[in-house]
Ligand binder design. Structure first.
Ligand code: ZN
Ligand code: ZN
Ligand code: FE
Length: 762
């Protein structure tokens, strides 16, 4: 008989790990005990050495669904066991000398077993909206402190009833140590004004049936819900939420409904039904007859975000309403999602017709996550509920933090080989979003126990994240925006050494003081050299141009960098300029000529805006990137020959000159070519240009591993065509899968760069 101590690291708390250890040890006939100690699980086993090895192996291979086992260690145990025969689950010991980093389990969608009970009239949790077990339910959103135990969650205000207490204490029960366990007798209750329980639910159902908008207290914040098939309700929601165009996510009852509405591949199906339960962007199916999805849900687009119910409450609503529902974050445009009941009342009065709420507080704010697929390539658009703050690999020696960018803001805390990418907080310029960032930064710092020694931030002095970083009493490392984008990709995929970065983005500050956004970099994690770029063009109105594609287009026509090719002739541009307000055209012409409030940018994103405006798809954008989204949608499945293009050598860089591309576009438009074909041609042209820029760099000795980054790669068509052409050159092509490709991934890239620079210092 041998006594061995075991330690298991990873996401092992709040996921049913101790009962799993109990079952495994009992099945193998081992004596001993198991406990949560700070962030990990440890214990002792006594038995034959080979059985103990088998036990350790099973801890890895048979772990419960929500667990993420990173490391299992066996060390020598006490010479003689200090316990009797049998296996015992001990209570967690908080505090302690252990300094191992602590991990926080993300929330998990309702599991099949709980769903069956929810629908079973004989079960005592029949129709109980807050049903959960060790395999599912709220986690990150309710945790106040670690170790993860009920008394350190927002469930502590609900003392367990006798029956729940027995389940909680029984190692053989599915709810053994399920910290948020609850039932109708002891747990949270629904409320709608003075109505409770089923009556509250019925009131909300009636309100939605009547075409109203309901504020629903979800897992990570309030959501706004309305009938997705009712154009009037959806338009009203847009009006009240001040969100004119950005598509809404739609929750459907089950996979079958999703399959009827959208074309769903195997990877998409897997994501839809995963415990993370993100919104998945999917190609809409053509519909005959009265459409259960109003077009106002995703105006001008062919793809729509669908997701399945996350909690018992969502299931009950969808069962009753039996129709797809718009489920979007409960806020006004750009504000953070509301979590606090009083705050939600204040923010959403005038937006919602009623509030379906409950008495379990939400500790941390998590929006719904958004993912999509290009073939089998996964792209994370928003990493939030269900995904964050699960750790991502990152090689770091000293604890570092990434302060993020400005829009789609996130932060990252990293130490000891992993990085926690915090929840998405939106546009930092909004004071409420800024407060939300500070609160979740402090909270995650406390939970993870990561006290950063170094803070990485963007070069842009105007970003509020930069200003915040500068006020912190920490060593700072400034990271160029596009280096952070491609470094995020490289770090996620564990690229060692040098790589070629392709960053196509809206705007970010370059190291030369101009705005960048169409960049080819030879880089490693610690540094980079710019080897290629897009030509620059003025942005009339500066940052405001982001919402004004027609002005960006005028900027291109009147003031693009001269690289030796003729500008599009006036007779070509006339049909475009004559469509616009003549006074505005004249004003922009003057601004460009005098260089007033016209910063220059080499941005790929702004070139998308320009083309979308020129073909008449989008003069004003309701949100950043709308023009590009509309252009991708317009291309549909169309194919067309590429547009003219030119790559030239200027100031030691390879530069894409889009003037011939725009001239050719306008010429083909005058010849009557359809918008779909023009849009397809532009995507193809950018892919060809990218392949050429990369080929030139590789010919000069650039590495053959290419990391793609920046918000433009949310565009599936661009991504697919770029990948195909780079693969054809025999290059290895990587793109972020877990880390958002857009600015939501910047903080992780910043942390990666800071860690690499520190490592180089030795
Ligand atoms: Zn469950
Ligand atoms: Zn109970
Ligand atoms: Fe960016």
């Amino acid at each position: 008989m041998t006594v061995r101590r075991f330690h298991v690291e990873g996401i092992v708390q709040g996921v049913g790990f101790r009962p799993f250890v109990y079952r495994t040890a009992s099945a193998l006939g081992l004596d001993g005990w198991v406990a949560n100690v700070n962030g990990h699980v440890e214990g002792e086993v006594t038995g034959p050495p080979r059985t103990i090895d088998e036990f350790a192996a099973r801890l890895r291979t048979d772990a419960p669904a929500l667990a993420r086992v990173r490391r299992v260690r066996l060390t020598g145990g006490a010479p003689r066991p200090a316990y009797g025969p049998g296996f015992q689950v001990r209570h967690s010991s908080p505090a302690g000398v252990d300094t191992a980093p602590r991990e926080i389990p993300p929330d998990a969608a309702i599991c099949d077993a709980c769903l069956a009970e929810l629908h079973d009239p004989r079960n005592r949790r029949h129709r109980y909206p807050f049903i959960n077990c060790t395999d599912c339910g709220p986690r990150a959103t309710i945790i106040e402190d670690l170790p993860y135990d009920r008394i350190r969650t927002t469930m502590r205000r609900f003392p367990l009833c006798g029956r729940c207490a027995r389940e909680y204490a029984d190692p053989a029960d599915r709810r053994f140590h399920a910290e948020p366990v609850a039932c109708p007798a002891c747990g949270p209750q629904l409320a709608w004004e003075e109505l409770r329980g089923e009556e509250a639910l019925r009131a909300a159902v009636k309100a939605v049936e009547a075409g109203g908008i309901v504020a629903l207290k979800g897992l990570g914040g309030y959501q706004l819900v309305c009938d997705a098939g009712d154009p009037a309700a959806v338009s009203e929601l847009r009006r009240r939420k001040h969100r004119p165009a950005k598509p809404f996510a739609v929750m459907v009852r089950d996979l079958d409904t999703a399959v009827r509405l959208a074309r769903i591949g195997a990877t998409e199906r897997q994501a839809l039904t995963s415990q993370e339960r993100p919104v998945v962007l999917l190609a809409r199916r053509r519909w005959h007859g009265s459409d259960p999805l109003a077009h106002e849900v995703y105006p001008g687009l062919t793809r729509v975000g669908l997701f399945l119910p996350t909690t018992g409450l969502h299931h009950l609503l969808l069962d009753e309403l039996a129709r797809p529902l718009v489920v979007t974050s409960g806020n006004l445009s750009d504000e953070p999602i509301a979590v606090d009941d009083a705050e939600a009342r204040r923010a959403l009065t005038g937006v919602a017709d009623g509030f379906l709420t409950h008495d379990r507080p939400i500790r941390s704010r998590y929006d719904d996550s958004v993912v999509q697929f290009a073939g089998r390539t996964r792209i994370t658009v928003r990493r939030a509920r269900g995904l964050a703050p699960a750790p991502l690999p990152l090689s770091v020696r000293e604890p570092v933090a990434g302060a993020g960018a400005q829009l789609k803001h996130t932060f990252t805390l990293a130490a000891d080989g992993r990085a926690h990418l915090g929840p998405h907080t939106g546009d930092l310029a909004d004071p409420a979003a800024h407060d939300a960032f500070l609160a979740s930064y402090e909270h995650l710092k406390r939970l993870t126990g990561i006290e950063p020694a170094v803070l990485a931030h963007d070069l842009h002095p105007g970003y509020l994240s930069t200003q915040w970083a500068e006020a912190q009493p920490l060593r700072r490392i400034a990271v160029q925006h596009h280096h952070a984008h491609v470094a995020a990709c490289a770090a996620e995929h564990g690229v060692q050494g040098r790589f070629l970065g392709v960053a196509y983005d809206g705007l970010g500050l370059g190291d030369d003081g101009t705005l960048w956004g169409g960049e080819i970099l030879v880089a490693d994690l610690s540094g980079y050299r710019r080897v290629g770029r897009f030509a620059t063009a003025p942005l009339p109105g500066g940052d405001a141009a982001v919402r004004h594609p027609s002005r960006t287009a005028l900027g291109h026509l009147f003031g693009a960098e001269t690289l030796g090719s003729p500008r599009p002739y006036p007779w070509l541009t006339r049909s475009f300029t004559e469509r616009l307000d003549p006074a505005e055209v004249a004003a922009v012409r003057t601004m460009v000529a005098r260089g007033v409030n016209c910063p220059r940018a080499s941005s790929a994103g702004r070139l998308f805006d320009t083309v979308a405006a020129l073909v008449g798809l989008c003069d004003r954008a309701g949100y950043e990137g709308e023009a590009a989204v509309l252009l991708e949608a317009a291309a549909g499945a169309e194919h067309a020959a590429a547009l003219a293009h030119r790559v030239v050598r200027a100031q030691g860089l390879w530069v894409y000159d889009p003037a011939p591309t725009l001239a050719d576009l306008l010429r083909r438009q005058l010849d009557g070519e359809r918008v779909a074909r023009l849009a397809a041609a532009f995507h193809l042209t950018l892919a060809i240009v990218t392949a050429e820029l990369v080929a030139r760099a590789v010919a000069e000795g650039a590495p053959r591993t290419v990391c793609l980054g920046g918000g433009c790669f949310v565009n599936r068509r661009l991504l697919t065509e770029v990948k195909r052409r780079l693969h054809a050159q025999g290059l290895r092509v990587l793109v972020g899968g877990q880390v958002p490709v857009g600015d939501g991934g910047i903080s992780y890239g910043q942390a990666a760069v800071a860690a690499a620079r520190l490592a180089r210092e030795g």
